[in-house]
Design a protein. Structure first.
Length: 155
């Protein structure tokens, strides 16, 4: 009897692991896509985020620095406008956010078009210092049998 139980143990463990993986995958389908971008020593952490196209993503921007920063994400044209612009504060456009010192802001954005979009702080000298990150938007691919898309990836 004990011998039979020991022989069945690997199969039981494998089934339990597979069931756990299925439950975890199902739990992730209903959770909204979220990421946190920290600002520390005038750099964005992580330096790159990957999101699926067409999915709302809630991004928490946390400024751990004693100075204000901004998070502007978009095309080359958006960044050129901000490099030469005079907007001192951003609060109404989800992809253009001012983050005061030692504070956090939350924004929700949906990127419809796949591609790579930079996020940059355009305050004087910050971009040149290295306050640049990348947001990679991938094609939305359904997971087999789930009908849901790829999840958020943060580096």
């Amino acid at each position: 009897m004990v011998s039979g139980l020991l022989k069945a143990l690997p199969l039981t463990v494998a089934l339990a692991v597979a069931l756990g993986a299925l439950l975890m995958a199902g739990a992730g389908d209903s959770a909204p896509a979220q990421a946190t971008v920290a600002i520390r020593y005038s750099h964005f952490l992580p330096a790159e985020i990957t999101v699926p196209a067409g999915v709302p993503v809630t991004i928490t921007l946390r400024n751990d620095d004693p100075i204000d920063h901004e998070w502007i994400v978009g095309t080359a044209e958006v960044h050129e406008r901000h490099r030469t612009g005079t907007e001192p504060f951003h609060a109404t456009v989800p992809t253009e956010v001012t983050v005061p010192a030692f504070s956090a802001r939350v924004t929700t954005v949906t990127f419809e078009e796949p591609g790579v979009y930079l996020y940059v702080c355009h305050l004087p000298g910050h971009e040149a210092y290295g306050m640049v990150g990348g947001l990679r938007v991938t094609e939305r691919r359904p997971r087999p049998g789930s009908g849901s898309s790829d999840a958020l990836t943060v580096w």
